[in-house]
Design a protein. Structure first.
Lengths: 114, 114
């Protein structure tokens, strides 16, 4: 176990709806990254938050937004859901190590858009 | 363009056999390379992490190698077990971004048959 938790485990929504996914970071970590992983693909970087500020963003439209709270838990919000948003959404929290940051992944939230 | 390419895309081996997975990358400047194991529908779990100066790292039956000159890495699995069936993802971190941007390969789907 990595100490990173995500909720809910599974979620089913319909096109046009909005969804909020939640992530609780490993204790002491101040950075969280969110990834989208389509079936059979590697994770795609959505964005990263560091100390409650967005610190980088991948190639995702503005309807993907996030928040990081003072306790370093995090939310991923997706508006106007599309069928292609169906994927496993992973969050990862970071602890700095020599040579780079190790990211610890949560178990993911499986989102299905009908 | 920073990319990570893995081969083969999928692999089937018999229990007890060895196998080697490949990873080529173009990420620059390079910080470190990780191999993750991802069970279906779960978050990735780190197996090994190597920095520029390391050319081999072992974790039980898993041995990773890194050639930073040719920008290639391999993951060798010895005496495979049924529980090794999973996707193995090569992830490279760049040193250019403040908090270590990750670049993911698509993964190699390994299936171990009894």
């Amino acid at each position: 176990e990595t100490g990173v938790t995500q909720s809910p485990t599974h979620l089913i929504k319909t096109r046009g709806q909005q969804v909020t996914l939640r992530c609780s970071s490993q204790s002491g970590h101040n950075t969280v990254s969110w990834y989208q992983q389509a079936l059979g693909q590697g994770p795609q970087f959505i964005f990263q938050y560091y100390r409650e500020e967005e610190n980088g963003r991948g190639n995702f439209p503005p309807r993907f937004s996030g928040l990081q709270f003072p306790n370093y838990s995090s939310e991923l919000n997706v508006n106007a859901l599309e069928l292609d948003d169906s994927a496993l959404y992973l969050c990862a929290s970071s602890l700095r190590l020599a040579g780079g940051y190790e990211q610890f992944f949560g178990p993911g939230t499986r989102l299905t858009v009908l | 363009k920073n990319q990570v390419e893995q081969s083969p895309q999928s692999l089937i081996i018999l229990e007890g056999k060895n196998c080697t997975l490949q990873c080529n990358y173009t990420v620059s400047p390079f910080s470190n390379l990780r191999w993750y194991k991802q069970d279906t529908g779960r978050g990735p779990v780190s197996l090994t992490i190597m920095t520029f100066s390391e050319n081999t790292k072992s974790n039980g039956r898993y041995t990773a190698t890194l050639d930073a000159d040719t920008k290639q890495s391999s993951l060798h699995i010895t005496a495979s077990q049924l529980s090794d069936s999973a996707s193995y993802i090569c992830v490279v971190t760049d040193r250019g971004s403040t908090l270590g941007r990750l670049y993911f390969g698509r993964g190699t789907q390994l299936t171990v048959w009894p």
